[in-house]
Design a binder for this molecule. Structure first.
Ligand code: SAM
Length: 468
């Protein structure tokens, strides 16, 4: 949009730009086209644009053939867009982007996020849309120059801080170019910059507990000028031994440590349990016939190597909102590493009943014991890796503590989002979970029904029960 067009549009809509909404409109069309080009948008993409304003970027995104979801808080601008850009591939949401449920994007095969963000809430928006787990494959953002510099900073620079590490933990950030204030109307008081953000390959960085790591980082950066030794005293008491082992200078300040060094430091305080390969190799499972009658026992490698029929449980844990906890399988798993799965799952071992296994797996994987209800049985097939699966469900009122040697990360998600995610990206899931979820949804049909049945879990179940 040219400057003259912006003036006409503002006059037409009787709109004077609102400072608190960060309304500085881009009038350099070449720059707008260039920004959109950096997102490598194809007709297959589902693009979320935050704060489309008068449509400076929207127009070029639509030209790429993508579907656009434009989220605009100012109703007058949303109406202007609807009137001037009416397009079957453009959906306009008149809401505060901070209230948008980004988990709904799991329903899309590819989702990208673009925006010339309102500066006063850009960090809040950024952190919201970067939350884990995350379905977005690329972010292309215009931000205040200082924020862009902080996101893309390297160690031992003025801009490197807790925000840098929080974002870079799961993403790679590239500072693409500085943008002068002169390309906006009205002119903001600060310069801007364009950044590209891409998700990291989950295996790029060592495994760690993100929450303890971020706690440590916050403590470390709480007073920039001070030495780390003093700031993290509460977390690390044998500082000299730890820093010597990790080859970190004993008098280092927070800004001198790379992301890898921060991870090493956090892992030295709370070492992650090693994946227990010895135990899993020597586990013995009952082998069963086509009617699930026990024939004999065999060890794990035999069972999977020879495709033998065996037994397993899957457990779905709900919270009070009716959301289901899904876990992402650990990177160390021999089968389906990093795929998403039921809240907890595992094989029935030698001497165990299905109910015993369900209780044990829940305790081992999520550190909870809640009453479980037996819901349905899935027959052994290729899709379940020849497992007969009993599916259980339970309700939790408290936090789950995922066992890091089994689980990479986890999240509570509404059943309708799981429905759409499993159908848009089945490759994200362990095949056994897909079978269980399909069967579960056939049985419960709707969320309403699933939610209505939740109190029933509480009142009926006291220990594992058979279906009624
Ligand atoms: N994309 C347009 C452009 O480049 O010319 C406008 C960008 S302007 C910097 C920021 C836009 O975000 C404005 O249209 C403003 O109304 C909108 N906005 C501000 N706060 C918002 C929020 N919380 N949710 C959605 N949009 C918001």
């Amino acid at each position: 949009m040219k400057l003259s067009d912006i003036r006409i549009a503002l006059r037409e809509t009787r709109l004077s730009p609102v400072k608190t909404l960060g309304q500085n409109f881009l009038h350099d069309q070449n720059l707008a086209r260039w920004i959109v080009d950096q997102a490598q948008i194809t007709p297959d993409d589902y693009v979320v644009e935050i704060g489309p304003g008068l449509g400076a970027l929207t127009r070029f995104i639509l030209e790429k053939g993508a579907h656009v979801l434009a989220i605009e808080k100012d109703a007058r601008l949303a109406d202007f867009l609807r009137a001037h850009f009416g397009h079957e591939r453009l959906e306009i949401l008149k809401i505060d982007a901070l209230k948008f449920d980004s988990r709904s994007l799991f329903a899309r095969r590819t989702a990208k996020l673009l925006g010339n963000l309102p500066y006063n809430i850009s960090s809040a928006l950024l952190l919201k849309f970067l939350e884990q787990p995350n379905p977005i494959s690329l972010w292309l953002l215009m931000l205040q120059k200082e924020v862009a510099a902080r996101l893309s900073a390297s160690p031992s620079t003025r801009d490197y801080g807790a925000l840098t590490l929080r974002v870079q933990l799961h993403h790679r950030v590239k500072y693409l170019r500085t943008v002068p204030a002169t390309v906006f109307f009205p002119r903001p008081e600060v310069d801007s910059a364009v950044v590209q953000i891409l998700p990291r390959d989950p295996l790029e960085l060592p495994q760690r507990d993100d929450q303890s790591l971020l706690r440590l980082i916050r403590a470390g950066f709480s007073q920039r000028r001070k030495q780390l030794r003093k700031l993290v005293r509460e977390h690390i008491n044998d500082w000299d031994t730890v820093t010597r082992r990790l080859k970190i200078a004993a008098n280092a300040r927070a800004e001198e440590l790379s992301l890898l060094q921060w991870i090493a430091l956090a892992n030295s305080i709370a070492p992650l349990p090693p994946p227990d390969t010895y135990l899993t190799k020597n586990e013995r499972f009952p082998i069963v016939d086509k009617n699930d009658r026990i024939l004999r026992y065999a060890n794990r490698s035999d069972v999977h190597g020879n495709n033998l029929r065996h037994r397993a449980v899957h457990i779905l844990i709900f919270n009070q909102a009716g959301d289901v906890y899904l876990q992402q399988r650990s990177r160390w798993k021999d089968r389906h590493p990093l795929r998403w799965d039921s809240s907890a799952a595992g094989h029935v071992a030698d001497g165990e009943s299905y109910d015993d296994t369900a209780r044990r797996e829940l305790k081992e994987e999520l550190c909870v014991s809640v009453p479980l209800e037996k819901v349905l049985k899935v027959p052994a097939s290729q899709s379940t890796d020849q497992e007969f699966v009993w599916l259980y469900r339970g309700l939790t009122f408290g936090d789950l503590v995922p066992n890091k040697s089994e689980i990479e990360q986890g999240a509570f998600l509404p059943p309708t989002i799981i429905d759409r995610w499993t159908s848009a990206r089945p490759q994200d899931f362990a095949p056994g979970f897909l079978e269980c979820w399909k069967a579960y949804r056939r049985k419960t049909r709707s969320d309403r029904q699933a939610a209505l049945e939740l109190p029933h879990i509480l009142t009926k179940a006291s220990g594992a029960r058979s279906p009624g």
